[in-house]
Design a binder for this molecule. Structure first.
Ligand SMILES: Cc1ncc(COP(=O)(O)O)c(C=O)c1O
Length: 495
């Protein structure tokens, strides 16, 4: 059993459990408080919001935070231990794990290494580009002394990186100056900062439905109201967006037009024009998240629509960028592109938030973009195409009733699971050694129960094994359901 590598504080766990309700569990069942607590923590582990091998807070601390008795927390932890979701060692506390023992899956390049033998399909992210990253870090360390003479607090970001990013936008067809860029610790922090600056509690934020799960959480935690706008099988429906923006007049709309997470759709120039025009008319600012934009798998660069900001004549689009999919999530560098005035306002907002992004990591990013970006993508994109084909092939073979539209880019398949509940499946799949994100994570009010997001950010052999395990888990849920259904139909016949 591996040792814990991260501690989840009682404050963080209480936030994740918010709103805490002692009577209703995730499944809607009522029951004892300890069971509800165990259910909720298990769901957080299964959908990846609590990582594996993370140390959970001490019983007393969590009990105080949630305003419940220590006995309730102790009983919940005990249940999680019995079910295989928690392991404990005297003196080391309790840390998260998954049921069953599974053999180690070899990492063949694309796959993030697994520490538990569990294949983690809950996260759509790639490992770092080893050699290029080492080079960029070495170059960054070498140039660091030039920067350490100052205090290092740079609310807009490191000038050399702002310049590199501005040039990159200009090359992509959106003329940009360095004072239009603000560097952040990742795209999620960038979205959060923009929301804090432009919206107040109670304001509405329109989102694609489904969308990137963590932004849904960020919107709710900021006290804003989510207005979901359904995606169609092919992407964005202009009429639905028109109706929603006119009726709800949201303060903000959060969009992922480039290889949307989780569907992988790419918005064409016509829909970009429509969305920008509609938003201008309703006074809605568009937050356009381009985190996945470099992961173009099946689209000729000549056919690629210009970035959404290129369709914006009234400075109504705020663009978010990130290094997490192009290079590595562990770098934790993202940015905002907007007007110099809004950059100044966001920089003022961040004084009480994060003050700035780490200088060394900004230097590493500058070197990665300047010296290694093309070479990294030249290796990464073909590998992703192969992995995507392997995943699609394995699904066709082992789960032929599941369906999906092949995405033209991004990192995942958004799969309709026929009649299998993804909520039930997450749990069964964990027992079979695969972690998946239930579709409900990507929507509101329980939508997408019959979907799962399956990333192909692993090597082909791992993906094939993952789908074999998932198929076995589906078989198990179906057998259980058949039994449950026969009981249910007998029961209904009684009346
Ligand atoms: C659309 C989208 N935005 C933002 C993020 C998070 O980016 P970062 O790691 O830069 O915070 C992700 C990560 O999956 C994503 O898919």
């Amino acid at each position: 059993m591996s040792a814990p590598h991260l501690t989840v504080s009682s404050t963080r766990l209480a936030d994740l459990l918010h709103p805490w309700n002692t009577t209703t569990s995730i499944s809607g069942r009522t029951g004892p408080a300890y069971r509800t607590l165990a259910d909720r923590i298990r769901a957080l582990v299964l959908d990846g919001r609590i990582p594996l091998t993370a140390r959970l807070p001490a019983e007393r601390g969590l009990a105080d935070r949630l305003g419940i008795s220590r006995t309730t927390v102790a009983a919940a932890y005990e249940l999680l231990r019995t079910d295989g979701y928690l392991a404990s060692r005297r003196g080391s506390g309790s840390w998260t794990t998954l049921p069953g023992s599974h053999t180690e899956i070899p990492s063949l390049g694309l796959s993030p290494s697994t520490t538990t033998g569990v294949i983690d399909l809950g996260v759509a992210a790639l490992p770092g580009p080893g050699h290029a990253l080492h080079r960029a870090v070495a170059d960054a360390v070498e140039s660091l002394p030039t920067y350490t003479t100052g205090h290092g607090y740079l609310p807009g970001g490191l000038p050399v990186l702002r310049d590199t990013l501005a040039q990159r936008y200009t090359r992509r067809g959106v003329p940009t100056t360095p004072d239009q860029i603000l560097v952040t610790p990742g795209a999620l922090a960038a979205v959060t900062l923009v929301m804090r600056t432009l919206a107040g509690p109670g304001d509405r934020v329109a989102v694609e439905s489904p969308t990137y799960a963590n932004v849904l959480d960020a919107i709710r935690q900021a006290g804003n109201r989510v207005v979901p706008v359904p995606m169609t099988e092919t992407g964005w429906d202009a009429d639905t967006w028109r109706d929603t923006l006119r009726t709800a007049a949201p303060r903000l709309a959060y969009l992922i037009p480039d290889f949307q997470n989780p569907t992988g759709h790419l918005a064409d120039a016509a829909i970009r024009t429509t969305l920008v025009d509609l938003a201008r008319n309703t006074g809605t600012t568009l937050i356009v998240d381009e985190t996945c934009q470099d992961l173009a798998l099946d689209i000729d660069p000549a056919d690629r629509p210009l970035p959404t900001a290129a369709f914006d004549r009234t400075n109504n689009v705020v663009t978010i960028g990130s290094t997490s999919k192009t290079f590595w999530g562990g770098l934790r560098i993202g940015w905002v592109r907007t007007t110099p005035d809004l950059v100044r306002r966001i920089a003022a907002t961040r004084a009480s938030f994060d003050v700035g992004a780490p200088v060394l990591d900004q230097l590493v990013t500058h070197h990665l973009i300047t010296d290694h970006e093309d070479a990294i993508l030249d290796t990464r994109l073909p590998a992703l195409r192969t992995a995507r084909a392997a995943l699609a092939g394995a699904l066709a073979e082992h789960l032929p009733t599941w369906s999906f539209t092949m995405p033209v880019g991004g990192l995942s398949l958004w799969v309709r699971t026929d009649n299998t509940s993804s909520l039930t499946l997450t749990e069964t799949a964990a027992r079979h050694g695969v972690r998946i994100a239930a579709g409900t994570r990507f929507g509101t009010d329980g939508a997408f129960e019959h979907h799962v997001r399956l990333p192909y950010a692993h090597d082909p052999a791992t993906l094939v094994e993952a789908i074999r395990r998932l198929a076995a888990a589906v078989g198990e849920t179906q057998r259980t359901r058949t039994t449950a259904y026969s009981g249910y139909s007998n029961a209904t016949c009684l009346a």
